[in-house]
Design a protein around this ligand. Structure first.
Ligand SMILES: [Zn+2]
Length: 287
């Protein structure tokens, strides 16, 4: 347990005594665009620096999400050496002919116990969540009982060549959730800016959850902090306090700025769920 003094959005100092699981970080230490954004955010982008930052901010564990096969191999290697990281396999179908390559690797890594989930990049890849192209991956998730994370909402145009928001709007996930009741789904970024839509999908489907990562870049747009805090309260009210998971998108944002986002908004029991226990349950194989 870490105790620290941080300022909430009104600038008031408040005592922070909460441990966190960050359900959304990227450890692609060799990817130029991530290196560049980390340096813009004045974040030292290395595993050692990350662990130090996690300690400083009370972050016990982090879910490391791959973006391609290079980073998938890297995160599974990091997670093999440290229990602090949960590796999630990123599927990249920017080039559709990569399907076999990603499917075979996902299957092998699941079979070998090297990964704990799959991530589908809706919007970056040009298929809706309910497209037949993903069905073989849903079958894998069901067979190995691992969650599926979806990128939802706004896209980061530096990451791939072309993105289309129609694919990353959350609504199509409803059909997938209904048709695959045995799989847990996580809507990364809670569909921002379609947070109401994501909240309804959480409310309706017992197997759907959302993380709050990547909502804002406080360093560049401080006005967004107040707006996103209001949206977070709406998401928890409609979606349910058991369904919302803390996540940052580090190194796109700092841990500190994200802890400011959630601080002072909820009763301690609710904050504990969002910061820690929902993720603990979600990523545990038994639940
Ligand atoms: Zn991300």
């Amino acid at each position: 347990m870490v105790t620290m003094e941080i300022k909430n959005f009104t600038g008031k100092n408040i005592a922070q005594d909460q441990k966190f699981i960050d359900t959304h970080v990227h450890l692609c230490f060799n990817t130029p665009i991530f290196k560049r954004i980390a340096s813009q955010n004045k974040i030292t982008f290395s595993l050692d620096a990350l662990e130090m930052e996690m300690d400083k901010n009370g972050i016990e564990k982090a879910v490391a999400i791959g973006i391609d096969m290079v980073s998938n191999r890297l995160i599974s290697e990091i997670a093999r050496k440290s229990e602090r990281f949960i590796p999630v396999f990123g599927i990249n179908l920017e080039n559709k002919s990569n399907f076999r390559f990603y499917f075979d690797n996902a299957k092998k890594m699941l079979r070998d116990g090297k990964i704990s989930g799959l991530k589908i990049y809706l919007g970056y890849d040009h298929f809706y969540a309910n497209s037949r192209v993903w069905e073989p991956f849903y079958r894998l998730a069901s067979e190995y009982q691992v969650p599926v994370v979806f990128h939802t909402g706004d896209t980061w145009d530096a990451m791939r060549k072309k993105e289309f928001l129609k694919y990353s709007q959350p609504l199509a996930i409803d059909e997938v959730a209904v048709n695959h009741p045995d799989i847990k789904f996580l809507l990364a970024h809670a569909g921002n800016p379609w947070i109401d839509e994501a909240a309804e999908i959480l409310f309706k489907n017992p197997n759907c959850y959302a993380d709050i990562s990547g909502w804002f870049f406080e360093e560049r747009n401080p006005a967004l902090l107040g707006l996103m805090r209001r949206k977070l309260v709406d998401l928890v009210t409609v979606g349910g306090s058991n369904k919302v998971l803390f996540g940052t998108d580090w190194p796109l944002v700092s841990f500190h700025s994200y802890i400011r986002l959630v601080t002072g908004l909820f009763k301690p029991a609710v904050l504990k769920k969002i910061a820690y226990s929902n993720a603990k349950r979600f990523w545990s194989a038994k639940d």
